[in-house]
Design a protein around this ligand. Structure first.
Ligand SMILES: C[S@@+](CC[C@H](N)C(=O)[O-])C[C@H]1O[C@@H](n2cnc3c(N)ncnc32)[C@H](O)[C@@H]1O
Length: 222
C-alpha cells in the first residue's frame, strides 16, 4: 500500500464516477500558477462535499478556508436557484484567485468570498443574520478548529451537517504526546465533540492523492 497506489485509485475514481469538468481543472491550474500550495481537496472529496450539499438539501453553505475556490465551486454547484455560499479566507491574494476561478466556473452569483481572519468575519455573519447554514465545511488553520466548529454549530440550522477536513494528520490524531499545535487543535475538537450533546459525529480516515488523513462529519441534532 503506497501513496502512488492511493493517487492512482483517486485518478481512476476521478475519471470514472467523479469527472471534474474543465472549469474545476482550470481552478486547480490557476491556483498552482499563482504559486499557492496544492492543498485543495481532491476531486473525489470535492464531489463528496457536493453530494452532501445535495443530500441535506443545502440552500445556505458556509466554508472556512477558500484557497483557490476549488471546494467552493464543487459545493456552489450543488445549490438550488436562490442558494448562497459564503467562503471565508484570510489571504487577500488567495481570495482574488478564488474569485476569478469562481467566476470562471459560472457560480459567482451564488458564491461570495470574504477576506479576513475567520474568527473576525464569523461574528460579522452572526451580526448580519447570515444563514442559518445547512452545510459548513471547515478547511482552514487547525489551531482554531474548536472555535470554528463552535461558530458553525451556532450558525447552523437543526439538521445541518458540518465537515471538518484534515483531522487525522497521518495518524497523529491519536497520539496524546504530540506537540504539534495543529494536532492539538484536532484533538481538542474531538474532546469538545465528545461532550457536546448538540451534535452527533464520527471521524473517517481516508487515503488518496492527498495522502493519509481524514475528516470529521457532524450532524447538528434536531
Ligand atoms: C486547505 S486551504 C483551503 C482549501 C479549499 N477549501 C479547497 O479545498 O479548495 C486553507 C485555506 O485557509 C486559509 N486560512 C488560514 N487561516 C485562516 C484564517 N484564520 N481565516 C480564514 N482563512 C484562513 C488559508 O489562507 C488557505 O487559503
Amino acid at each position: 500500500m503506497s501513496q502512488e497506489l492511493w493517487a492512482h485509485v483517486d485518478d481512476y475514481v476521478s475519471k470514472t464516477v467523479v469527472r471534474p469538468d474543465a472549469a474545476l481543472e482550470s481552478a486547480i491550474s490557476a491556483t498552482e500558477r499563482a504559486g499557492m500550495p496544492p492543498i485543495a481537496v481532491s476531486a473525489p472529496q470535492g464531489k463528496l462535499l457536493a453530494l452532501l450539499a445535495t443530500i441535506v438539501g443545502a440552500k445556505q453553505i458556509l466554508e472556512i478556508g477558500t484557497l483557490g475556490g476549488y471546494s467552493t465551486i464543487w459545493m456552489a454547484r450543488a445549490l438550488p436557484p436562490g442558494g448562497k455560499l459564503i467562503s471565508l479566507e484570510v489571504d487577500p491574494r488567495h481570495a482574488e484567485v478564488a474569485r476569478k476561478n469562481i467566476a470562471g466556473a459560472g457560480v459567482d452569483h451564488v458564491a461570495e468570498v470574504r477576506v479576513g481572519a475567520a474568527l473576525d468575519t464569523l461574528p460579522d455573519l452572526q451580526k448580519e443574520g447570515a444563514g442559518p447554514f445547512d452545510l459548513s465545511f471547515v478547511d482552514a488553520d487547525k489551531v482554531n478548529i474548536p472555535a470554528y466548529f463552535e461558530w458553525c454549530v451556532t450558525l447552523s440550522r437543526p439538521g445541518a451537517v458540518i465537515v471538518v477536513d484534515n483531522v487525522v494528520r497521518n495518524g497523529a490524531l491519536a497520539d496524546p504526546a504530540s506537540g504539534d499545535p495543529a494536532v492539538q487543535g484536532v484533538q481538542a475538537l474531538h474532546a469538545m465533540i465528545a461532550g457536546d450533546n448538540r451534535v452527533s459525529a464520527t471521524t473517517i480516515q481516508t487515503v488518496g492523492s492527498k495522502g493519509y488523513d481524514g475528516f470529521t462529519l457532524a450532524f447538528v441534532r434536531v
